[in-house]
Design a protein around this ligand. Structure first.
Ligand SMILES: C[S@@+](CC[C@H](N)C(=O)[O-])C[C@H]1O[C@@H](n2cnc3c(N)ncnc32)[C@H](O)[C@@H]1O
Length: 230
């Protein structure tokens, strides 16, 4: 999924990656500065990764127009104030802002939510700002679906759509915060039901075609805004 994000950065030579985490999706061919509030995440950045500044989106420690572009990938749902964070991205970027997030409305179209974990719509979906909310603070932005390949290396909750067995692996579940937000009894019930449906062939009867589908719209949205000059 990195390629469309890098294309959206256009001709930007310098990029600030806000909520950078360990640095997935940082373009290798631009001057990147990572911003990340968590020391634990910063410590997990690979040797040779872009330099990281410990700070939060809502108060970026940079002068106005410091970078050609600002990017924020799968992080806005963690921010305490999305409006303030996006305003800061606009302030420090000269040319464009690129945001990737989930459209929570797409979640109940996903089999893992619809068939097994409808509780996510109340426990998790509300933390994701809608694309409409982001367009309020990023006027004139474009929004496009970012398709998740069937073998997506970033094993987020929704990108396992063609690999149902992976949800049964506790190490895979530990890598995404979704499961922590659900009551343990709810997760246990959903996983047991999925285990049964995989063993009986019911999952494959209903969704087996997904195993050979190359890419799927899981609700990821790529939002790109060109900033007016000056
Ligand atoms: C799901 S991770 C995504 C990391 C990375 N962008 C990626 O795509 O792999 C979300 C990140 O947002 C960070 N975060 C949480 N609150 C934040 C805030 N207020 N400002 C900036 N980043 C924040 C978290 O520490 C975490 O590293």
């Amino acid at each position: 999924m990195a390629e469309p994000i890098w294309q959206a950065l256009g001709d930007a030579l310098s990029v600030v990656n806000v909520g950078a985490g360990t640095g997935s999706y940082e373009p290798p061919d631009r001057r990147v500065t990572a911003v990340e509030p968590s020391a634990v995440m910063i410590a997990q950045r690979a040797p040779g990764a872009a330099p990281a500044v410990q700070a939060a989106a809502e108060q970026l420690p940079f002068a106005d127009d410091s970078f050609d572009a600002a990017m924020a990938i799968m992080t806005v749902h963690h921010w305490s104030d999305v409006g303030a964070g996006v305003a800061e991205m606009i302030r420090v970027a000269r040319h464009r802002v690129v945001v990737v997030t989930f459209d929570p409305r797409a979640w109940d179209d996903q089999w893992i939510v619809r068939d097994y974990l409808p509780e996510i719509m109340t426990h998790r979906a509300p933390s994701f700002p809608s694309p409409a909310r982001l367009l309020d603070v990023l006027p004139a932005a474009t929004v496009q679906p970012l398709l998740a390949p069937h073998d997506c290396t970033d094993r987020m909750f929704a990108t396992l759509w063609a690999r149902p067995e992976q949800y049964l692996d506790p190490r895979v579940r530990a890598a995404t915060s979704v499961w922590d937000l659900l009551p343990p009894a709810v997760s246990a019930r959903a996983l047991e039901q999925l285990r049964r449906d995989l063993a009986s062939g019911e999952w494959d009867r209903r969704h087996g075609h997904l195993r050979t589908t190359p890419a799927w719209d899981v609700g990821l949205r790529l939002i790109r805004a060109e900033l007016p000059a000056g």
